[in-house]
Design a protein around this ligand. Structure first.
Ligand code: AGP
Length: 606
């Protein structure tokens, strides 16, 4: 959610443009760059000269900014850039970052939210403001409170802020430096010979040596040099800071979209997850028997797709006789906390940066629960916040719509459920069997020739105004994730419903123009769902059925006969169809599936 990139060194403007391009998946409402330069530019709607600093901004994707920046000869050794996901004010040029102070001597880019910005704004002259953002308040405060020392001014201003931030700041009071501050929003810094760099995303920074900045710390970047300070401005020996292993950037290759590539990678990603935990000893090292054998209750928390993976996880733990609840992180945080004994709280997050999930984790930790993170991103914030951590190993996921990461989160839950069974009953056979089964499912997904049927179904539904998805038990969980996937990239209204609940109200919306996807994979409850399907058919709703069972009602609109596999694996298997259908539908509607409107890959604000 928003991306920051700053660079000191030769060709800083080019480096920043490349940097924010790599971050574009985090937000793409507007973008901007601030350049330290003594040669003012011709001002226009996009360009504003400060005092020794010029900002250039544009609406929309970074390519729009690129057109105006790369058309000019811009030479500077210091630049900071930003790609925005709007939180305060519309995504227009004025609200884009970087923001200049009124005297033009400070420029700032920001990730996060300043919660008390309105209160702070009242203490500043209203004539100074050009935007509606919380960030501009900080720019004006830096000007107002400047005390002759840049770093101590930044510290003093930060102390007045409530909320979350990662800042990169340049100022003509102290040229050739970038100042960085962090509170609850991730930021990393790096340096090498003749350059230094700051970035909000571990996976998008390029640098020889990369270090994580902790909450409350400050960093000062110079050409080839980096200094880090604690919250009292005492310098920290950077050799004592956690160095970060660089993650390789992912290339699109021959694919049209990351989403397409990532769906294609699902089998290999599942295999990688399974391989990592194929030997029970690996999990025994991460979650030692002594500390986990007494666990009686599990609480699973996440947002969006990660929450949906947790819902499947819940059923898998319940199958093993373990009491389990799931919660949406943003809801859980603000409801009364019920004391729980012998409880493990599991937090699922692809990015490891989701503010709500991390907030819920901190709360559980405070209340004395053991916390385990399931994440895809090494060194992400959640890995430092949780007591224990399991990686999904899906490989980087760039498409905003989560696909392979979801499948790998499920794979981890399948394995974990059998691990807890092993801790309770010592049943190693069941654990090994689980590993084999997951490998089989990965193979089945790989060789399942479903592209044609998925594209045909996308053709069928892409003009629909409203779609429903129904199922019971695990089939309802399939419907939940499938419906989120479809709506987030097709923008078609789509709702998941427990099949048996439809008749309690929502069925009144079903008519001959309504498509209803029905998932029927669980033997025990199949007849009940078939009954609910009949109710939909009776109202002329168009059923698209996914099932391995013979269907008694021949009046369905489309039937996808899926192979017979062990029932518990259907969420892992069937979602692949729905990921593809969503992808094809988005394409038919002319939407970019990698950058759906109004969304961002990691949601680092509440
Ligand atoms: C998934 O397609 C969504 N983009 C979204 O729901 C996402 O899963 C959610 O924001 C949680 O993200 P996380 O896994 O990085 O915490």
């Amino acid at each position: 959610m928003c991306g920051i990139y700053g660079y000191i060194g030769e060709k800083s403007v080019c480096e920043v443009m490349k940097g924010i391009k790599r971050l574009e998946y985090r937000g793409y409402d507007s973008a901007g760059i601030a350049i330290q330069t003594d040669l003012p530019f011709a001002e226009d709607g996009n360009t504003r000269n400060g005092d020794g600093i010029t900002t250039i901004k544009n609406k929309g994707e970074i390519s729009n900014l690129e057109k105006i920046v790369l058309n000019r000869v811009v030479k500077s050794n210091v630049a900071i850039g930003h790609t925005r996901w709007a939180t305060h004010g519309q995504p227009n040029i004025k609200n884009s970052h970087p923001h200049l102070s009124h005297d033009g001597k400070w420029a700032i880019v920001h990730n996060g939210i300043i919660e008390n910005y309105l209160e702070l704004k009242e203490q500043l002259s209203s004539d100074f403001f050009v935007s509606e953002t919380d960030t501009e308040v900080v720019a004006q405060m830096l000007e107002k409170y400047y005390n002759g020392d840049v770093l101590s001014t930044i510290k003093m201003v930060c102390e007045k802020l409530k909320g979350s931030y990662a800042f990169a700041i340049i100022t003509s009071h102290c040229k050739n430096k970038i100042f960085v501050a962090r509170q609850n929003s991730p930021v990393v810094v790096g340096y090498g010979k003749n350059y230094s760099v700051v970035c909000s995303d571990i996976n998008s920074i390029k640098g020889d040596r990369i270090l994580m900045i902790e909450n409350g710390q400050f960093a000062v970047l110079e050409k080839g040099k980096l200094s880090v300070y604690d919250n009292c401005l005492k310098e920290i020996d950077i050799n004592e800071l956690g160095e970060i292993e660089k993650a390789g950037g992912e290339k699109l290759g021959d694919y049209s979209h990351y989403m397409q590539k990532e769906i294609e990678e699902i089998p290999i990603a599942i295999k990688r997850t399974v391989k990592a935990y194929a030997n029970v000893e690996t999990l025994e090292k991460i979650l030692p028997k002594k500390r986990f054998e007494k666990i009686k209750n599990i609480l699973i928390i996440g947002c969006g797709t990660a929450y949906h993976a947790g819902l499947v996880g819940q059923r898998l733990f319940e199958e093993e006789g373990i009491f389990c609840e799931s919660a949406i992180a943003s809801e859980f945080r603000y409801k009364p906390f019920t004391e729980r004994k012998n409880t493990l709280a599991i937090f699922v997050s692809q990015s490891g940066e989701t503010a709500d999930t991390i907030g819920a984790l901190k709360l559980c930790k405070q209340k004395g629960l053991k916390t385990l993170a399931i994440t895809n991103v090494k060194n992400s914030s959640i890995t430092f916040a949780a007591d224990y951590c399991i990686y999904t190993n899906a490989g980087s996921e760039i498409g905003v719509a989560s696909t392979k990461a979801y499948n790998c989160q499920l794979a981890v839950f399948y394995i974990l459920s059998k691990y807890f069974n092993y801790l309770k009953h010592g049943d190693l056979k069941a654990y090994d069997e689980e590993i084999k089964n997951l490998r089989r499912i990965a193979k089945l997904i790989k060789y399942n020739d479903n592209k044609h049927i998925c594209s045909k179904l996308a053709q069928k539904i892409h003009k629909a105004r409203s779609i429903y998805m129904i199922g019971r038990g695990l089939d309802y969980n399939i419907a939940q994730e499938a419906s989120l996937k479809l709506k987030e990239i097709s923008y078609i209204h789509c709702e998941a419903y427990p099949a048996g609940e439809l008749k309690h109200g929502t069925i009144s919306l079903i008519d001959k123009n309504t498509f209803v996807f029905a998932f029927v994979t669980q033997e025990k409850i199949k007849d009940k769902t078939f009954g609910n399907i009949n109710e939909v058919v009776a109202r002329e709703g168009k059923i698209i059925l996914f099932s391995p069972f013979d269907n008694a009602n021949k009046k369905v609109c489309e039937e996808v006969k899926v192979p017979k596999i062990k029932e518990r694996y259907y969420p892992l298997f069937i979602i692949n169809y729905l990921q593809l259908i969503s992808y094809y539908t988005a394409l038919l509607l002319g939407n970019n599936p990698d950058k759906p409107r109004s969304l961002a890959k990691s949601v680092t604000v509440e």
